[in-house]
Design a protein around this ligand. Structure first.
Ligand code: EPU
Length: 425
């Protein structure tokens, strides 16, 4: 008998009120793994309460770290007794970001064994660039029996250049280089704000890093890193998701605890769709009082529009005036939400990596299935405007990356609830 949680939404309410943004998942995951670089304690605040964060903490515990919860969004981690250098398949298969332990373990302990992440719903997501660049730093890396086995007495700084821009790849190289001998230069580095947040934490720990936030990062290796405290930066994708939701439903909301400069591409697009957005001391005052206009979307690396916002903008375009083109440039299969949105009455056709969205007058509620994290968010947005009841199944995907999304939306006046589905299907 399957028992799974689902979200039930009755569409039609405008959003009104305040919403507080949580810490960024994609900064929290590498920063948790950075704890492996020191025998001293790191203390993190504004850590989002998410399944991916729990999975990372479980992984660190498995390696021997001692983790302690110090409050609702606070954790401290001490890695002075690491007694296992192997990240098992059971954890890596549920979360690809587990690969982020590779760089830290290898550089501090001279060895790391990490299960190969398998395929993923949104694309193949190989890790060849992580392997290429860590090898360039002198690691001996083999892939055997489904594991990446990396060894190096001491990594040596050099110039590395991933062939493509990779976020977690850049993070793995930075972490590995902090304790390498001499200077490492990463060319073609990813520039995401989450990389800057990780680098800022590493600098507090004693690392010597320059150029983070640009495509050329220079790291000078140090002998040792120390404990530090850090507040995780706000989640620009969560904030962007609430912006798209507001654009679709109409209303007035204040989005608190954001860093607007990290999400200018999203703010720019959402203004084009018709939302008024004003900055007010770390908050965004947003109002929408008309039917949205379709906006064309082309995803690319930061500072371009994030692939992690593509599905949410698509949901918005479904109920906007006019026709839009969406081009997904980062992942080869990130259109799993299209079929589900079409089940709600959307008019979307896919052609290779682009999609044409013809705005419709209304969506009508139905049962749909969440297929990955951001796809789930797009279904929530669609459900908020669809006529009648939308049931979203398999919301464990949503819980990987959104903290209490239904509670935050309820507070804004949405008719949404979490329920347990006991159907045996
Ligand atoms: N790629 C390779 N080889 C590599 C690494 C990447 O071919 O060795 C390809 C990927 O397959 C993809 C592209 O390069 O086509 C970019 O992938 P990237 O490595 O940048 O993605 P990632 O580091 O695995 C992070 C986020 C994702 C986000 C992407 C793109 C974390 C933990 N995850 O993934 O977040 O979509 O960057 O910005 O930071 C999400 O939060 O929903 C999510 C999927």
């Amino acid at each position: 008998m399957a028992s799974m949680e689902e979200l039930q939404i009755i569409g039609g309410s405008q959003l009104e009120g305040d919403v507080n943004i949580s810490g960024a998942k994609n900064a929290a995951l590498p920063i948790l793994c950075a704890g492996l670089l020191t025998s001293e304690t790191i203390s993190l605040s504004n850590l989002p309460d998410l399944n991916d964060v729990s999975t990372t903490i479980k992984l660190l515990s498995k390696l021997g770290s001692i983790t302690e919860k110090n409050g609702p969004n606070k954790v401290s981690i001490m890695s002075n007794k690491i007694d296992n250098l192997k990240a098992p398949y059971e954890l890596v298969k549920t979360m690809r970001a587990s690969i982020l332990v590779l760089g830290p373990l290898l550089t501090r302990f001279g060895e790391a064994i990490v299960s190969m992440p398998g395929g993923c719903a949104i694309g193949q997501r190989p890790i060849d660039q992580h392997i290429k660049c860590l090898s360039a730093l002198g690691a001996d890396i083999r892939v055997e029996h489904g594991f990446v086995i990396a060894k190096a007495k001491k990594l040596k700084g050099t110039i590395v250049r991933p062939d493509i821009v990779t976020v977690t790849g850049t993070e793995n190289i930075i972490m590995a280089a902090t304790l390498a001998e001499g200077e490492t230069i990463i060319e073609n580095a990813a520039c995401e704000p989450e990389i800057v947040d990780l680098s800022n934490m590493l600098i507090k720990m004693g690392a010597n890093i320059k150029g983070h936030g640009t495509s050329r990062i220079v790291i000078n290796g140090v002998d040792k890193l120390y404990g530090a405290n850090h507040r995780i930066l706000p989640d620009r994708i969560e904030a962007g998701t609430f912006l798209c939701a507001l654009a679709a439903t109409g209303g007035n909301i204040r989005i608190n605890g954001v860093n607007p400069y990290d999400m200018l591409a999203t703010i720019d697009k959402i203004r084009l769709s018709g939302v008024s957005v004003k900055q007010d001391n770390g908050s965004l005052l947003c109002s929408m009082n008309k039917k949205p206009k379709s906006v064309n979307i082309v995803t690319c690396e930061y500072p371009g529009l994030a692939t992690d916002m593509q599905a949410q903008f698509m949901a918005l375009n479904c109920v906007s005036y006019g026709t839009s083109m969406i081009v997904e440039n980062i992942f080869e299969n990130r259109y799993l939400h299209v079929q589900e949105l079409n089940r709600l009455g959307a008019d979307i056709t896919i052609n290779g990596n682009s999609a044409t969205v013809r705005g419709v007058d209304f969506l009508s509620g139905a049962t749909v299935r969440a297929t990955d994290l951001r796809a789930s968010a797009s279904l929530v947005i669609a459900g908020l405007v669809a006529q009648g009841k939308t049931t979203i199944e398999q919301i464990y995907h949503l819980d990987r990356g959104y903290e209490n999304i239904e509670v935050k939306l309820q507070k804004l006046g949405a008719n949404i609830k979490r329920a347990t589905n006991r159907n045996d299907e």
